[in-house]
Design a protein around this ligand. Structure first.
Ligand code: GDP
Ligand code: IMO
Ligand code: MG
Length: 424
């Protein structure tokens, strides 16, 4: 069974926890997009591991864990993450890095940081990890790939074209310092040595003979997808299941199921519309009980009620076959819980059951809610669906009805063990 794990909201849904659990039965785990903008947490045997670029399947032995062609790699951040995980005793013998993955160069991070710090209007609230500028250069065909670091002739040839362009941009558009070719060559040389043990030059032979099960690990989420998310308040890649093919090098026939991971509520980091956002005590309560602070940037996450309008959309464009519903335990002390089933346009009273893709009108939208009674019970030790409180099951059933997809996994705590598999 080959499975894609997709974030179904605005990221941080608990994808890493679900990936880690499913990785136990997989042979190959491929991270297919994004870069170190991601912050993925796995809690196993009372130890918390934080991943950014390294696939969340790495905790198991004898698995191939691939940083795929669709990802972007900031070498110094890779070095840091790698070292931190080594210090925690993680075994990297299964790690492979695609030679086709793109490299985030120092000027990409400079540009991302400068753009964010100086944006008057149109601030995105990026992670400042150079993600947008790296993908921009990839699409503009002036990017560097991992393989380029290992061929000095190619690297020289490419840099002679790329560097004058980037330096002109750095100086004339942003007023930033240019780079000498020597600086960039030194940078490439230094990091080629760090990446070298893992670069997967013989991936084609492996793919030709692949017979085990593959787990595709997404970062971010459908609503941050560059084509389908709340554009322009999105990341610069395709987290949706379609991105798993382009980002891994394996075709759509390889995919059997797509599990969308969604919290029982919604969070968002950075700028952009968020119709069910709660700027009140309830929002603060969710943030505090759910520990909603970013893994990568430490920023507080904006919180709101579960939004079935965006989820239905995520089921559609994300290609979801089922949903893993996480963080239900965060509601254990709540008297009432809400689900947004539609939006109302405050200008003319129009009702939207389908997600309006022009996000600039979202400021006029008001969420319409159904209210559910809470279960007022600690569910963190429950391990079967049958044992969940009735009010909790009612909530889950209504989520399934409203989003048009079954819930297959329920998460009641951060630990691997705190997971319920629901057979529909
Ligand atoms: P990801 O980016 O989608 O992998 O998610 P993050 O790791 O950024 O954020 C999810 C956070 O919620 C992490 O701290 C997880 O350990 C935690 N978490 C995951 N599932 C659950 C759950 O069911 N309940 C609770 N309380 N925490 C969870
Ligand atoms: P995981 O994989 C939550 C958000 C940023 C910003 C926008 C663009 O942990 O779910 P970028 O740096 O990608 O150019 O920023 O996307 N963002 C995330 N939000 N979780 C993430 O990753 C995110 N990765 C990027 O906050 O709004
Ligand atoms: Mg995260």
């Amino acid at each position: 069974m080959n499975t894609v794990v997709v974030g179904a909201q605005w990221g941080d849904e608990g994808k890493a926890k679900i990936t880690d659990i499913l990785a136990e039965k997989a042979d190959v785990i491929i991270r297919y997009q994004g870069g170190c903008n991601a912050g993925h947490t796995v809690v196993a045997n009372n130890i918390t591991y934080k991943f950014h670029l390294i696939p969340s399947g790495i905790l198991y032995k004898n698995k191939i864990c691939v940083i795929g062609p669709g990802t972007v790699i900031m070498p110094e951040y890779f070095e840091k993450e790698h070292q931190e995980l080594l210090n925690q005793g993680v075994d990297f013998s299964g790690l492979r890095i695609s030679p086709l993955a793109s490299i985030t160069m120092p000027y990409h991070t400079d540009i991302d940081g400068f753009s964010e710090d100086n944006a008057q209007k149109g601030k995105i609230g990026t992670t400042k990890k150079g993600i947008g500028p790296t993908y921009t250069d990839k699409i503009a065909r002036i990017g560097l790939k991992v393989q380029d670091l290992f061929d000095i002739e190619t690297l020289n040839e490419k840099l002679d074209i790329i560097l004058p362009l980037k330096n002109k941009q750095l100086q004339e558009v942003y007023g930033l310092k240019p780079y000498t070719k020597e600086q960039i060559l030194n940078y490439c040389h230094k990091y080629s040595e760090i990446l070298a043990p893992y670069v997967w030059f013989d991936w084609q032979t492996f793919f030709e003979e692949i017979d085990g099960s593959v787990l595709f690990e997404g970062a971010q989420g459908v609503m941050l997808d560059v084509d389908y998310g709340t554009y322009p308040f999105v990341t610069s890649s395709n987290p949706i299941a379609g991105g798993a093919c382009t980002g891994s090098g394996l075709g759509p026939k390889m995919i059997d199921e797509v599990i969308g991971v969604a919290k029982a509520y919604v969070t968002r980091v950075g700028e952009g519309p968020f119709v069910t956002e709660l700027n009140d005590e309830t929002g603060m309560k969710i943030q505090s009980i759910g520990h909603e602070f970013g893994v990568t940037t430490g920023r507080p996450r904006r919180c709101g009620w579960f939004d079935a309008v965006t989820m239905r959309y995520a089921v559609l464009v994300g290609g979801l076959t089922s949903v893993a519903l996480t963080k239900l335990d965060v509601f254990d002390t709540f008297d009432n819980i809400k689900i947004c089933y539609a939006y109302e346009d405050t200008r003319d009273g129009a009702i939207y059951k389908n997600y309006p893709t022009n996000v600039f009108i979202h400021k006029y939208l008001k969420p319409l809610y159904e209210t559910f009674e809470g279960w007022r019970q600690d569910i963190t030790s429950i391990r079967t669906y049958e044992d969940l409180p009735e009010n909790c099951k009612k909530y889950i059933s209504r989520v399934e009805e409203l989003i048009g997809a079954p819930v297959s996994i329920i998460s009641v705590g951060p630990d691997r063990e705190q997971t319920i598999f629901k057979v529909s």
